[in-house]
Design a protein around this ligand. Structure first.
Ligand SMILES: Cc1cc2nc3c(=O)[nH]c(=O)nc-3n(C[C@H](O)[C@H](O)[C@H](O)COP(=O)(O)OP(=O)(O)OC[C@H]3O[C@@H](n4cnc5c(N)ncnc54)[C@H](O)[C@@H]3O)c2cc1C
Length: 235
């Protein structure tokens, strides 16, 4: 990398070092990034970073699972959807000792203060954002929700009593299984605040269910599409 490229990169990105790449579920890997620059980051649960996964231009987005300023570490969890695309390939091949550049944590997919209750729904990629959000929900505020994974061992360890759904090899896009699980939730009569993330079309279906069938207002349904078939690097 020449001096100009290095200077430009240091203005736009934080640079750290990969410390671990641990296989934590059949298709998920936790990538720990360490370094002095990581300690100074400001982060709100639900926010993401954009990682330079290939060359100087290819960015892919990952939610922050955990940030520990004292230990100078930032954990991301990547879902390996099996293709040879830049993000999935980086998740599989990132190795300790490699330098990694990424943007500061950003995004508005964060908890709404003072909600009567919180409802979460999404698949594996969404569960990464939900993990820290669930840990941040005040103990007095109830939590509901459903999370989907391809197989029983594919679920992340999340706080709260969310319903776990397995799609058993069915596509995660347009997931009828997840919509059915949300429809079956025994929710309070009054709306709460919903956080829907992951595959874009499934999000639309769940939002339609909440708005059309349960009478929720759209402003109480916070959505963040992470990916959808045929699109590259959403966000
Ligand atoms: C705000 C935000 C937060 C995100 N957080 C996370 C996270 O914490 N962990 C994580 O793993 N992902 C997360 N994602 C999704 C991740 O950024 C995308 O899946 C990423 O685009 C994958 O990069 P890729 O190069 O492998 O595939 P791309 O080149 O972007 O896409 C190529 C094709 O691969 C397929 N594809 C992409 N993602 C998936 C998938 N998950 N399942 C099945 N097929 C897929 C689609 O058909 C897509 O058209 C997040 C996205 C956003 C916008």
């Amino acid at each position: 990398m020449n001096t100009i490229t290095r200077a430009l990169r240091s203005r736009l990105f934080i640079t750290g070092e990969i410390v671990e790449n641990e296989h934590i579920a059949p298709r998920m890997r936790r990538i720990r990034i360490g370094g002095e620059a990581v300690a100074g980051l400001a982060w709100t649960p639900g926010q993401h970073v954009r990682v330079l996964v290939h060359g100087p231009l290819t960015l892919r987005t990952y939610s922050v699972w955990h940030h520990d300023p004292a230990w100078e570490c930032l954990d991301l969890i990547g879902y390996d959807h099996g293709a040879d695309s830049p993000g999935a390939a980086w998740v599989r091949t990132a190795r300790p000792g490699q330098e990694v550049s990424f943007t500061k944590p950003e995004g508005r997919f964060t908890l709404r203060q003072g909600a009567p209750y919180h409802l979460f729904a999404g698949e594996e990629t969404a569960a990464v954002a939900f993990g820290p959000m669930l840990r941040a929900v005040p103990a007095t505020e109830p939590v509901y929700g459903a999370v989907e994974a391809n197989e029983p061992g594919g679920h992340l360890d999340l706080q709260g009593d969310l319903v776990k759904v397995c799609r058993d090899g069915a596509p995660a896009a347009n997931s009828a299984a997840l919509v059915k699980a949300v429809s079956a939730l025994d929710l309070p009569d009054e709306p709460g605040v919903a956080y829907l993330a992951g595959e874009a079309r499934t999000i639309q279906m769940i939002r339609a269910h909440l708005v059309d069938e349960r009478g929720w207002s759209r402003r109480d349904v916070i959505t963040k599409p992470f990916w959808t078939p045929g699109r590259k690097g959403l966000d």
